[in-house]
Write a protein that binds this ligand. Structure first.
Ligand code: SF4
Length: 436
């Protein structure tokens, strides 16, 4: 029985109880959300981990961090270090996007040390194996090889997989006739399109969708339906190709649910701020309320080096409008493989976006954190402020660097501290003196 089937039958399992307690919701509401597809609980049958969580309607906005070795930087040590950074910074899930080094070893080592759900994009491994190890072309990977990789990763315990099932010949026709400024920027999307073009065939992940679902169901892998046609610049946002793929993803969502497989939908990408809420509405309508996993979105194209900020702005708007899961963006985006420091910055930026959205989503406890911080600020309680902050280490370092007002106000206004001046003005002693 899969997680989805348990939910459809209303069976209260220990997994549902554990997850509901962690999410701070009733087990009944969690089960109802999984049954109607508006919530997914990514947990592979072969991966036991501590921080079970769910994604979707009525729950806090979750944050994913991508790690993974590249051909130029294939060291597993650095990726395990990044995993530690993600966990310390508060990521809810990680994805291993490795395309360099020993891919099986890297994934298995990450899985061993991973107390949160792990995702992958299996086609990365299939392509890396035939290009790097066999010297072949992308289009020469066989469909069997792709399915073998998916099955192997599922058996290893991968909790959710991004698979680009929604790109079809029909979608490509739409892009060809529309002339995008930046074409396709999704790595998995570009591999899929190259394979289709080289072999002059339909997308095998679309054609053999039922076979794919059988593997995912057997090992309890949540399907993250990839947005291979996501816009790679503001000028391409919400175009025909993107919307066409989303229509397919909505159809595939229903088929996956009928097969007992949990689903989430990946989303854009790069997008002007005034299109974000409309895209969330479109996704929720076309995909029957399935959880939405947004990559950013980045609200401007001109900030390389600061794309954790452009992504956090878009992520906050998206999540406030109903997106459920934010994929972080690091300052290294568009420039290089992120360092551990970049990973830290990216997770923190996305967590700020997620929390800002949770306040207006009415997620229980979210606003209380801001009330608690405001009380500490008003009392000049520096320890309390640091403990409550999203990045206590950075807050403490800045406080320590602040200079001579450590015990009381801070070096921003020093003896002119507005909080102190106001309290003095409103003190009972002063009121008595003025007779008011
Ligand atoms: S000195 Fe200024 S910035 Fe610092 S706590 Fe007081 S009012 Fe705030």
């Amino acid at each position: 029985m899969s997680i989805r089937e348990d939910a459809l039958q209303g069976t209260i399992t220990p997994l549902f109880q554990e997850c509901a307690a962690r999410e701070g919701v009733s087990v009944e509401s969690l089960i109802a959300g999984i049954a109607d597809g508006t919530i997914c609980l990514p947990k592979n049958a072969h991966h036991d981990f501590d921080r079970v969580m769910a994604i979707g309607k009525g729950l806090s906005t979750k944050v994913n961090a991508n790690i993974g070795a590249s051909r130029d930087l294939p060291e597993i040590g650095q990726e395990l270090q990044k995993l530690c950074v993600c966990l310390k910074a508060g990521a809810d899930a990680v994805m291993d996007l490795s395309m360099g080094g020993n891919l099986n070893e890297i994934r298995r080592e990450i899985l061993k040390s991973c107390p949160i759900p792990l995702g992958t994009v299996p086609i990365y491994q299939s392509i890396a194996e035939i290009v790097e190890q066999q010297g072949k072309k992308i289009g020469e990977v066989t469909v069997d090889h792709i399915f073998r990789t998916i099955e192997e990763q599922a058996k290893d315990g991968v909790d959710f997989m991004t698979i680009h099932c929604g790109i079809t010949r029909n979608t490509l026709e739409r892009i060809r006739n529309h002339q995008r400024l930046m074409g396709v920027v999704s790595r998995g999307g570009s591999f899929t399109i190259e394979w289709m073009s080289y072999n002059n065939k339909e997308n095998p992940m679309y054609e053999r969708f039922d076979d794919l679902l059988a593997i995912l169901k057997e090992h309890e892998v949540t399907l993250s339906l990839g947005d291979g046609i996501r816009p790679g610049c503001l000028a391409d946002a919400t175009d025909r190709g993107q919307v066409q793929e989303l229509i397919h993803l909505g159809e595939l969502t229903q088929r996956a649910w009928e097969a007992g497989v949990q689903v989430m939908i990946e989303g854009p990408g790069h997008m002007p701020m005034d299109q974000i809420a409309a895209n969330i509405l479109l996704q929720k309508r076309l995909c029957h309320g399935a959880p939405f996993y947004v990559l950013g979105p980045l609200v401007t194209d001109i900030a390389p080096g600061y794309d954790h900020i452009t992504g956090a702005i878009g992520g906050a708007i998206a999540a406030a409008a109903g997106a459920d899961f934010l994929c972080y963006v690091t300052p290294a985006e568009h420039l290089k493989l992120p360092s551990p420091e970049d990973v830290h910055e990216g997770v923190i930026a996305s967590r700020i976006a997620a929390h800002a959205a949770d306040i207006v989503k009415g997620v229980p406890g979210a606003f209380d954190q801001d009330i608690a911080m405001a009380k500490c600020r008003n009392n000049l309680d520096w320890k309390g402020q640091i403990d409550l902050s999203v990045d206590p280490q950075k807050a403490r370092r800045y406080r320590d660097e602040g200079g001579s007002y450590k015990g009381d106000a801070c070096s921003m206004c020093g003896s002119y501290c507005a909080i102190k001046v106001y309290k003095q003005a409103m003190s009972p002693k002063r009121q008595d003196q003025t007779g008011k």
